[in-house]
Design a protein around this ligand. Structure first.
Ligand SMILES: [Zn+2]
Length: 419
């Protein structure tokens, strides 16, 4: 194998990373505003295509607004895809998504320069709307590619100002009804490798430099709707109080310690809407939204069922009724066992310590991994902070990850040549 000739151009990586970091930076210094379908996010995609074009890669886009850049090979066939996303959450950091895209560009540059004979094209991907806070349509770009979009949901999607997703896409010349056609490109994918910051503290705390992700967590978001009786906070006799907020609070108090005692399970009561929301009124109606996560589908299912049982049990004495609705459901996605091993073995040859970790955050690899082989590489996040302006990884850690990505990609392309 000629893989030892692959060396990352660290100046190229740093330069490209700092160029992207100029786009969508909040003027008040509070992080990044590259929300999907904003001018800034589209500008980041244009930047990506320009940068890739300068490397001589063949650039194209799809109906979902994803951008691609391909390094051709003498042999045709499905491409090995590497990349991440270019959108951020509101007031997000520079590293989530952007690092993986720039790292993939730097890996492609290094592989191109290495002279390695590619048996397959290498395709750098920049996905759109991975985060989804504006329209509630997270993972939109990769779902469109995977053919996994719920078109009814997408057609109904609108932001807080009431702008439909359809109009936001139309501003950039894209037709929402064309989204399913993005799946046409899928058969041309060999598989997908994504480089990403960990977004948690485990690697930093263990002083391990990289990780191969074993599985991407499943996520189920559940809305509990408690209905009691709105009444006067002072005059209502105690036995007659049907306080929906109290039932919601007891649900949190009873379910949370149970979750704490479980392995491979987290659950977060994250949003509550109280009606009518006044101190002197017994609240008759509460909506309580939970985010429940596990890499194990059975645990996830059991936890959501138990949450609903707890809510019903604690509500009964207060004569409160409970409805539940799952409003976001992403099944867990194991990474491809062979590809996990390839990442680990490449790390070993590069003398990089490599852990194996579950990803508790969702990623495009979790969508694509359901329709093609996929793997992910993590690098340490300082203090485990992400989705915040303080998000940070050192240059050294970032270059470790890019080297590992390039090596794993080269191994995959070489292995395909041999098979
Ligand atoms: Zn991300």
């Amino acid at each position: 194998m000629t893989v030892s000739t692959i060396s990352i151009d660290s100046a190229f990586f740093r330069q490209a990373f700092s160029e992207l970091a100029q786009i969508g930076r909040d003027p008040s210094g509070r992080g990044y505003q590259r929300l999907a379908w904003s001018e800034a996010e589209r500008e980041a995609h244009r930047w990506f295509r320009d940068r890739a074009g300068q490397l001589g890669l063949e650039v194209f886009t799809d109906a979902a607004g994803n951008s691609f850049a391909e390094l051709a090979s003498p042999e045709s066939g499905p491409a090995l895809a590497i990349g991440s996303h270019l959108d951020t959450v509101p007031f997000g950091g520079a590293y989530d998504g952007g690092y993986g895209v720039v790292g993939a560009l730097a890996a492609a540059e290094a592989i191109q320069r290495s002279g390695l004979k590619l048996s397959r094209p290498l395709r750098v991907c920049a996905f759109t709307d991975e985060e989804g806070p504006r329209f509630g349509t997270g993972l939109l770009g990769s779902k469109a590619l995977a053919g996994a979009l719920d078109m009814d949901l997408v057609r109904r999607a609108q932001d807080r100002e009431g702008t439909p997703l359809k109009d936001a896409m139309a501003r950039f010349g894209l037709d929402l009804e064309d989204l399913p056609s993005a799946a046409r490109v899928r058969p041309t994918f060999l598989g997908y490798l994504e480089l990403h910051i960990e977004q948690g503290p485990r690697l930093e705390q263990s002083h391990i430099r990289t990780a191969a992700v074993t599985a991407i967590t499943g996520i189920r978001q559940v809305s509990l709707h408690f209905v009691g009786k709105t009444n006067h906070a002072g005059t209502t006799p105690k036995p007659d109080r049907r306080n929906a907020l109290r039932a919601a609070a007891e649900t949190i108090a009873r379910f949370s310690p149970w979750v704490d005692a479980q392995e491979e399970l987290v659950a977060n009561p994250g949003q509550i809407t109280v009606h009518p929301n006044a101190a002197n009124v017994v609240p008759g109606e509460v909506r309580l939204d939970w985010d429940v996560r596990s890499p194990d589908p059975n645990r996830l299912q059991a936890a959501v069922e138990y949450l609903i049982t707890v809510a019903e049990d604690v509500s009964r004495p207060f004569h409160i009724s409970v409805d539940s609705q799952i409003f976001h459901d992403v099944p867990p996605c194991p990474m491809h066992p062979d590809w996990i091993e390839l990442v680990a073995s490449a790390a070993e040859r590069l003398n990089l310590s490599c852990d194996r970790l579950v990803s508790w955050a969702g990623h495009d690899a979790g969508v694509l991994g359901r329709v093609m082989p996929a793997a992910m590489i993590f690098i340490p996040s300082r203090a485990g902070v992400s989705h915040a302006p303080e998000e940070y990884s050192t240059d050294e850690a970032m270059l470790d990850g890019v080297r590992l990505l390039a090596q794993t990609a080269a191994d995959l392309l070489t292995r395909e040549a041999e098979s």
